[in-house]
Structure formats: structure tokens, C-alpha cells
Design a protein around this ligand. Structure first.
Ligand SMILES: [Zn+2]
Length: 451
């Protein structure tokens, strides 16, 4: 047998059905998929002549993290939203989006993807402007992505902070057309690493007609839909006033909700909404860090006890899944006054198999198993924050910063090696993203020197 590679030594958190952890393990992979997982001792006899070997002794090997809801360009808003919460989101961030150019989108997407992958993320679900630019960046960086164009038909996103929901129906349909072009050009490309769904932004920023057209587009191409639902008090107020329904009820009444819909946030979903989501099969992209910052955490205990599929996402500003896993545990326990609802294993599952299931990718990614894609992350645990190590998974979930990610393989190819990006120039991306952000801050009139 020829043409295969081996990651050998190290402790493998397989995340397989039995949640097996293999000490002194090895992973053999060929092209984009895993051939075999087991003990190094046994596999080294069976696979004697690999093309390449990655030595992972004294390292920990985990499946690539899957982020169920991101906007990789959204680090542009670092320092604007964290303390400003919903008001800053509507009155600072959304108006600022008008100033992003196509070229800016490249640098902002690039640095966002670099941040995500360097923290161990190998798959994102990203909805934003210039989605085709992001698709190109995902391709170049070497990770996996489900990408959607941000589709809306309010005249100005910047004005809904003041509850101005005037519509421009034609502009909405043009954005949906862009989404269709994105699907036609990119869906299934790069050996299937890139997929494209429909990105109706939210039930308030979309008219019922645009939502129905989005649903129809998704059905026509056999793809899913990524949408924010019950994400803010403004949205909930508008939908109630306009349609007399909760956001979930409203979408359900349009026949919009099915098992191919990923609903981000659901912060204001009530028990009736949760039952409706269960019945429809629509899933939840839970973003605990950003919602914790907003102070509008969803009814997570009810969600966790429901049949709703749940995955984790960082949303924007920062893209650190380890922070999200911890927030998913700690905030849940605090607000539910229940310690046993969440633990390291369950949070890790949400960030891997849970998100993968939402994205209809759990047969391919989310665990290290024979036949699955070779999306493999190697962590260097020889750090003060990770010693002593008793329970491997708990140590990572509770103590990892993300900077311990040494190697990332996606689709069988190296993306991060020895802590550095393989396919793109990280330093220039960071420099350009800072320049781009400063220009946008100045042009949009929100730039203030730190005091
Ligand atoms: Zn979002």
C-alpha cells in the first residue's frame, strides 16, 4: 500500500461512538480520509511505509472543531460591542458594515479564518457580505466552510437600531440572486470542502416574501438555510408588532422551518417556540460567549433537554471555541442553577459532532474515525496551564487558551504546521486587517482613540 500518511504517538480523543481515548495512538490517512485509527504499536506493523509521518508523541490529538455560526469578518468590531451589547450592535456595527469594500472583505475574512483555524477550528458556517470573497479565502486557507450571502431587504441595516424597517424589496431579491450565484459557483467545490447555503439574515430584516423566496431557493438547490432567530429585543418587538407572533412562530407559519435550517442564537425563544423547533427539526447554533456578553442567554436548560439539535458557534468579534465551550458550561450552570446539565464532554460534543450534525456533515467530520475526513488537530499540552494532566478532555476544555494548537490537518492536508499557517502569510494578513479596520472606523465616523 502506498500514498498514505501517519500521525503517530500521542493521545487521541477520538470522539467516536464509544468516546474512546487512545494513548500512544496512531491515525493513518490517505488523501482526504482516515484509513485507520488505533494503537501505534499495532498500526506501525500494518502500515510500514507511509509517505509522511507526523510525530505527535507527548501531544494530544483531537478532531477539528466545527463552528456552527460565524462571521469571520466580524473581528472588525472588536472593542465596540463587548460592553455596548445590543445598542452597539445596531447603532455602531451594522452602520459600519456599509463601509466594507470587496478588498477589505478579503483581508478581514483572511484574518478571521486564521484566528479560527489557529484555535483548532476546521469548519465554519459563515454568513456575511461578499460571501464569494469569504469562500475564496476558505479555499485558500485550506479549511472547510458552509458559506452564505447575507440576504436582507430592509433599506438600511444601519437604521433598524431606531426601529426603521423601511424595505427595498428589489435590493433584497438582488442579494438573494447573489446567494444563488454563490451556490452555483462554489457549492461542492475544493473536493467538497466548500458548501453554500442560503443566508436569509433574520426574520425582521427580511420581509415574508424574501424569506419564502429564500426557502424556495434552498429547496431548488437542495441546500440548507442559515438565519439569526430571536437574537435581539428589537427583532422580537418588531416581529410581534408586525405579525403578532414570536420569531419562531412567524417563520413556522411561512413553512420556513425544516431540518435543514440552522437558527443562530434563539435567545428569546420560549417553551412553545422550542416545541415548534423540535417538531420542525430546525436546529440551534448556540453562541454562549456573545450572548453572555449581550446578557441575553437562551433558555438553555430547556433546549438541552429538548430534541433540538444544538451546535456551538463564536458568532463574531472573537473566534475562540474554547472560550465558547467554557461559557456553554459555566453560564448554563449558573443560570439554570444546575451543575449536571453541562460538562466538558457535552460541551466538546456540541463544538464537534453537534455543529457537524447541524451542517449535515456529521457523517464526514466531528470525530476521528475510519472513513471520516482527515480533519485532525494536534495540541501541545506541555504548557503550564495544561499540567498536571489527569483527565485529558477536561484539561483541554477547562484550561486551553487555543494557542496550544501546533498542527491542523484538514481534508488530509496541512493547514497549520508548527504553529504557523501553511498556505497563507499570517503576518501580512494581520497587518492589512488592522489597516483596513482603522480606515473603516475612520470613514464610518466611529473611530475614537482609546482613552
Ligand atoms: Zn451572527
Amino acid at each position: 500500500m502506498a500514498g498514505y500518511s501517519v500521525v503517530r504517538g500521542g493521545t487521541i480523543i477520538t470522539n467516536d461512538v464509544t468516546r474512546r481515548i487512545i494513548k500512544n495512538g496512531a491515525i493513518v490517512y490517505e488523501d482526504d480520509h482516515i484509513l485507520k485509527v488505533g494503537k501505534e504499536e499495532e498500526l506501525s506493523k500494518e502500515f510500514e511505509h507511509p509517505d509522511s509521518i507526523i510525530d505527535a508523541r507527548r501531544k494530544i490529538i483531537i478532531p477539528g472543531i466545527v463552528q456552527a455560526h460565524t462571521h469571520v469578518m466580524g473581528h472588525l468590531f472588536k472593542g465596540f460591542t463587548e460592553d455596548g451589547a445590543e445598542d452597539a450592535f445596531y447603532k455602531v456595527c451594522l452602520p459600519m458594515e456599509d463601509y466594507i469594500t470587496r478588498e477589505d472583505a478579503y483581508w478581514l475574512s483572511l484574518v478571521g479564518c486564521i484566528e479560527a483555524v489557529k484555535f483548532g477550528t476546521t469548519m465554519i458556517n459563515d454568513i456575511f457580505h461578499y460571501a464569494d470573497v469569504t469562500a475564496g479565502v476558505v479555499e485558500k486557507v485550506g479549511i472547510r466552510g458552509v458559506i452564505e450571502q447575507k440576504v436582507f431587504d430592509v433599506k438600511s441595516l444601519g437604521k433598524i437600531g431606531d426601529m426603521d424597517y423601511s424595505r427595498d424589496i428589489d435590493a433584497g431579491m438582488r442579494r438573494l440572486k447573489l446567494n444563488e450565484e454563490l451556490i452555483r459557483k462554489w457549492n461542492g467545490s475544493s473536493n467538497g470542502r466548500i458548501r453554500c447555503w442560503v443566508g436569509n439574515h433574520a426574520p425582521d430584516t427580511n420581509s415574508p416574501e424574501l424569506l419564502s423566496a429564500g426557502r424556495e431557493l434552498a429547496d431548488r438547490y437542495g441546500v440548507g438555510i442559515h438565519i439569526h432567530v430571536a437574537q435581539s429585543t428589537r427583532e422580537v418587538r418588531y416581529v410581534k408588532k408586525e405579525y403578532g407572533k414570536t420569531s419562531v412562530e412567524f417563520l413556522n407559519s411561512l413553512g420556513f422551518l425544516r431540518d435543514d435550517v440552522v437558527c443562530a442564537h434563539l435567545s428569546f425563544a420560549d417553551p412553545k417556540d422550542i416545541a415548534m423547533l423540535e417538531a420542525s427539526g430546525a436546529g440551534m447554533a448556540h453562541c454562549p460567549v456573545i450572548m453572555g456578553k449581550f446578557g441575553s442567554f437562551p433558555r438553555i436548560a430547556e433546549f438541552l433537554n429538548s430534541k433540538v439539535t444544538i451546535g456551538l458557534g463564536s458568532d463574531w468579534v472573537s473566534l475562540n471555541p474554547w472560550e465558547d465551550m467554557r461559557a456553554a458550561i459555566e453560564i448554563t450552570r449558573s443560570i439554570a442553577k444546575n451543575i449536571s446539565l453541562q460538562n466538558a464532554q457535552r460541551a466538546f460534543e456540541l463544538a464537534t459532532l453537534g455543529s457537524a450534525k447541524l451542517l449535515k456533515a456529521d457523517q464526514q467530520v466531528g470525530s476521528i474515525e475510519q472513513g471520516k475526513k482527515a480533519d485532525i488537530v494536534i495540541v501541545d499540552p506541555n504548557r503550564p496551564n495544561l499540567v498536571p494532566m489527569r483527565d485529558v478532555l477536561q484539561s483541554l476544555v477547562y484550561n486551553m487558551t487555543g494557542n496550544e494548537v501546533e498542527t491542523v490537518i484538514c481534508d488530509g492536508k496541512p493547514v497549520v504546521s508548527n504553529f504557523r499557517m501553511v498556505n497563507v502569510d499570517e503576518d501580512s494578513a494581520i497587518r492589512r486587517a488592522q489597516e483596513v479596520a482603522e480606515r473603516i472606523w475612520t470613514e464610518s465616523g466611529v473611530h475614537q482613540s482609546p482613552t
